[in-house]
Design a binder for this molecule. Structure first.
Ligand SMILES: NC(=O)c1ccc[n+]([C@@H]2O[C@H](COP(=O)([O-])OP(=O)(O)OC[C@H]3O[C@@H](n4cnc5c(N)ncnc54)[C@H](O)[C@@H]3O)[C@@H](O)[C@H]2O)c1
Length: 447
């Protein structure tokens, strides 16, 4: 039998007594809700972020994440269980450090691990015996052990004996009121048996159930598999949508009927294209890694191709409907895009297809504005700088009537669709929201 190391036993004891101090690096959509969940379960948590705006907001007990209320934030601060800072020297005092920084793609669609590497270097600067370091950012299998570990070991401490290293993917679903960080089962893994047991003890203290797997690479693969599954299935219904439309069959009616099958079918819904920080990006982390093994990921590439062709397909339907129903060319039309966020009831516009829809309408000579109850103004984005500063248009009868068509890209609940159906001469609906609300008419066209 191998004797447990004293650093392992010390940390396990601190976790069990809730005396372990946790540091969460990156206080965005993933990091802030996680920090709150850990604080609520009794750990003292310090949040670290390089964005001074976020630290100022948190100091004022103002949450910028829908899933975290100001009251929840205030109560953890008042209890002395949460504070935030951009001073990273405090990392050395944390017993468990969790990395929740972005993992985007570069311009050439390769993994951009620069945030993970910079964070690993910041941790390495104060790394000490007995710390558990966890990566939560989504990435390709091998990142934790092959990229993070060597940076942490540069100072001479060894993973598995001096410090511990784990991976636990975040499965947050923004806007989903049925599940949150604490109630979604948490996949955990570690570099070695002690790291894995520490991961189970730490997350087990904060979430309802933990699902241990045998290695960090396996846990990394679990997350990618979940997101690839979504990307591929969404591509499949998007492809079927275009074919069924040409055949005069309504894909939404097909899905409603198909999902009555009690086994072997799971509904996925078509839309104007993929959005968000996860589904359009994560699958390509695996595509990049697969080149090393000379094994192409054809499903992923094909799904990407179909999904990224959707905004152009939808604008094609818009142009056809303008022509056939109003006798107007898109190039002489004013279009209001409803919903800039990539999914309903959230303010997140990262990779949102609505941005592409506006660009394509304007490339074709039309005029496009947007309305979004959650997005007042288009912020800086890497790929759509020309749209920066455009503001959401109010939905009054007068403004709606000043547009030739509405293009519903996101089905936010806070929109009065019945009023839109009355006021607008032409509506292109990519979410089937009008039919779902029992609103119909010859001027509402599904796409
Ligand atoms: N948003 C989701 O729903 C979701 C779901 C599952 C997984 N993920 C993954 O989680 C990770 C984080 O995503 P997110 O949506 O929370 O991103 P985000 O952009 O909302 O938040 C990331 C935060 O990290 C901060 N940051 C960047 N570099 C830093 C550094 N060097 N040190 C400290 N802070 C730094 C940023 O200022 C930002 O506040 C990504 O890998 C993402 O793929 C996200």
């Amino acid at each position: 039998m191998i004797l447990a190391t004293s650093s392992y036993l010390d940390l396990l004891g601190k976790i069990e007594k809730r005396e372990a101090r946790a540091g969460v690096i990156g206080l965005g959509y993933v990091g802030l809700p996680l920090a709150m969940t850990l604080a609520r379960s009794g750990f003292a948590v310090i949040g670290f972020d390089i964005d001074p705006g976020k630290i100022i907001a948190l100091d004022a007990q103002r949450s910028y994440i829908e899933a975290v209320s100001n009251e929840a934030l205030t109560s953890e601060v008042a209890a002395g269980r949460f504070r935030s800072t951009s001073d990273f020297t405090g990392l050395g005092a944390c017993d468990v450090i969790i990395i929740c920084v972005p993992t985007p793609l570069t311009k050439h669609r390769d993994p951009d691990l620069s945030y993970v590497e910079a964070t690993s270097r910041a941790i390495a600067a104060t790394l000490r015996t007995g710390q558990l370091v966890v990566l939560e950012s989504t990435t390709y299998p091998g990142t934790t052990d092959d990229v993070v570990r060597p940076i942490l070991e540069e100072g001479g401490l060894k993973s598995g004996s001096d410090f511990f290293l784990g991976f636990s993917p975040e499965r947050e679903d923004p806007g989903n009121r049925d599940f949150d960080t604490a109630t979604i089962p948490k996949i955990v893994a570690g570099d070695g048996e002690e790291a894995r047991k520490l991961m189970m003890a730490f997350y087990g203290a904060a979430v309802k159930s933990v699902v241990p797997v045998s290695s960090n690479a396996t846990a990394e693969a679990v997350k990618l598999t979940e997101n690839i599954f979504r990307a591929v299935n969404i591509a499949l219904v998007n492809e079927l949508k275009t074919l069924y439309a040409a055949m005069g069959i309504d894909i939404w009616e097909v899905i409603e009927a198909a999902k009555t099958k009690p086994f072997g079918y799971m509904p996925f819904y078509p839309g104007p294209g993929l959005g968000g920080h996860c589904i359009p990006i994560d699958p390509f982390y695996l595509t990049w890694k697969s080149r090393e093994y000379e094994l192409p990921t054809r499903f992923i590439e094909l799904a990407g191709e179909i999904n990224s062709a959707m905004p152009r397909y939808v604008v094609g339907s818009l142009a056809e409907a303008l022509d056939m129903r109003l006798g107007k060319a898109l190039s002489r039309s004013r279009v209001l895009v409803i919903g800039l966020a990539y999914k309903k009831n959230v303010p997140d516009i990262r990779e949102s297809p609505s941005l592409r829809l506006i660009e394509i309408i304007e490339e074709r000579g039309g005029h496009a504005d947007f309305h979004d109850p959650f997005v007042a103004e288009v912020p800086s984005t890497r790929e759509h700088m020309a749209l920066k500063g455009r503001r959401s248009v109010e939905l009054t009868e007068e403004t709606v009537k000043s547009y030739d068509a509405l293009l519903v890209a996101t089905d936010h609940d806070r929109v009065d669709y019945a009023a839109l159906a009355r006021w607008s001469p032409l509506i292109i609906d990519t979410r089937n929201i009008f039919a779902r609300l029992g609103l119909s008419g010859g001027h509402i066209v599904k796409s």
